[in-house]
Design a protein around this ligand. Sequence first.
Ligand code: ZN
Length: 252
Amino acid sequence: MRTCAIKQSKGYIPAFHGKEVECVCEKHGVSRVMHLDGSTKPPECPVCMQEQEEKKKREKAEERRKKHLRKIGIRDKYFNESFITYKPQNEKAAQYLQDLLALAKNPRDIFVLMYGNSGTGKSHLASSAAILNNGIYTTWEFLDLRLRSTYNSYAAKKTEYQMMMYYCTIPFLVIDEIEKGKNEDAKMRCLSLICRERYERNRPLWLAGNCNYKWVKTVLDSSVIDRLKQKGKSFNFFWESYRPKLREAEAI
Ligand SMILES: [Zn+2]
């Protein structure tokens, strides 16, 4: 019979009575563990207990990571994606991957514009850049929704001015799917303002959309296009989508 007292952070808890017993684990073999007198639970393998504890810690860390990714706007689909998991479909895509990774690692005040066909990996790379920089990822439609939600003066937590200032000043911002949404006037006004202000404040901005450069020129005012030319790098994802290939693979 052995008596033990367990030290806890708030002092000592009353002594308990137990004895050392043999514990046989299928996975870890035989070990000797302390077992409480009168306990109805069988003795537990200390290695299994430690493994369970570590598993719980990993799950909690993973939950925290996902919560953070949701907070910065990343969609679930890209939670486990990065520049490393991007699979270039051709030589141009491989070059873009290198160039965009270098820009994401050292964004400085550079503007990045990714345009072209859908399903070519723009959102994958844009999300990866936001994750790498702990920045904010949004789409035009969500940005527009958030701005319009500020018009409800009773429910809104922030004013339109505060929201615009937020998008103009946060250290790293990605606006994806710039081609979507119907309100073209609001889009031109907001995107142009964000671009101009971020340019003046030396903040990087990544824009992405399933569109062509000609369309981009219609949605941003000419002064912004001039700034983009000065401080920007554009990437034309002109090749075919990889999605039909995926569908073919699934059909096999
Ligand atoms: Zn075990």
